[in-house]
Design a protein around this ligand. Structure first.
Ligand code: HEC
Length: 273
């Protein structure tokens, strides 16, 4: 190959490489792809609404529920039920059963109503807690129920309508007593030096900070393994302290929520009727 031919080929290769570089860089010149300083969305802890949290871990009923038991309010909420139910003593069944005297009574309390088999075999009593859960989302509480009603999302609506049902009875059940929220759980602290036993690949218990006395000191592979196990142990204790933090945070949040409800009398108390 003569020198000119070689130069031509080398030139072509260089030109191609240059072209590729230019094509890769030029679009960046026109398109600004800088990441925004504040992330558009971030994935973090999922926060529950105050109401949901209450439903998750507080005993039923809370003071807020008892305070919201107002028969006049309940008569208003009952408008949502009226297309299917009435509460007249001896009143007719409609799409749903007559509800006079239902509070405290057995599930499927009317012998002359054609209940779903789910309701017929439910076999419990309509306590405040059961009613509250059923009315939150009937289909979730009793799968297979015929009550095609989405549910009452607000606790105060459920409390009010339940009070309305309660007073529409020959001998109304006593009003429920509010239950105190449990004291926030103390995180279980790990005593120092009492870390969880670390197990190596062979299933033997290896103490995290003590060299394995049976290990051959020349066996570097085994030492590496130990080092890895130690690394894991450190991670585990870090996790533990993280979860402690979370637990105490939760505790603080609960206490705050509690204080909120106590210092915030939302509804007038209705005297038992
Ligand atoms: C679309 C009609 C419909 C609406 C609206 C409706 N219900 Fe019902 N309800 C039913 C039917 C049907 C049943 C029987 C369910 C079954 O057999 O599974 C029922 C059952 C019940 C029961 C159980 C009765 C028993 O004898 O065990 C209660 C309590 C109840 N409804 C309360 C309410 C309240 C309170 C509302 C309004 C917030 C309401 N329902 C709205 C149709 C309805």
């Amino acid at each position: 190959m003569d020198e000119l031919g070689f130069n031509k080929i080398a030139g072509a290769i260089l030109a191609t490489a240059l072209g590729v570089m230019v094509l890769r860089e030029v679009p960046h010149f026109f398109m600004h792809t800088d990441a925004p300083e504040v992330p558009v969305y971030s994935v973090g802890a999922i926060e529950l609404g105050a109401g949901e949290e209450e439903a998750l871990d507080l005993p039923f009923p809370q003071q807020s529920f008892v305070d919201a038991m107002d028969a006049d309010e309940g008569a208003n909420v009952f408008k949502k039920c009226q297309s299917c139910h009435n509460v007249e003593p001896g009143g007719p069944n409609g799409t749903g059963p007559n509800l006079y005297g239902v509070v405290g009574g057995p599930t499927a309390h009317k012998s002359d109503f054609n209940y779903s088999s789910a309701m017929n075999s439910a076999g419990y009593n309509w306590t405040y807690e059961q009613l509250n859960s059923f009315l939150t989302r009937p289909a979730a509480h009793l799968s297979g129920t015929n009550m095609s009603f989405i549910g009452l999302k607000k606790e105060e609506d459920r409390a009010a309508v339940i009070e309305y049902l309660r007073v529409n009875a020959d001998s109304p059940l006593d009003r429920p007593e509010a239950k105190a929220a449990p004291a926030p759980e103390e995180p279980t602290e790990m005593a120092e030096g009492e870390e969880a036993p670390v197990v190596n690949e062979d299933g033997d218990v290896v103490e995290a900070n003590v060299e394995n006395p049976t290990a051959d000191p020349t066996d570097t592979a085994n030492q590496d393994e130990d080092a890895a196990t130690e690394g894991e142990a450190v991670e585990t204790s870090e996790d533990a302290s993280n979860s402690e933090e979370t637990a105490s945070d939760d505790g603080a949040a609960e206490t705050a929520a509690e204080e909120g409800t106590e210092t915030n009398p939302t509804e007038d108390e209705t005297e038992p009727q």
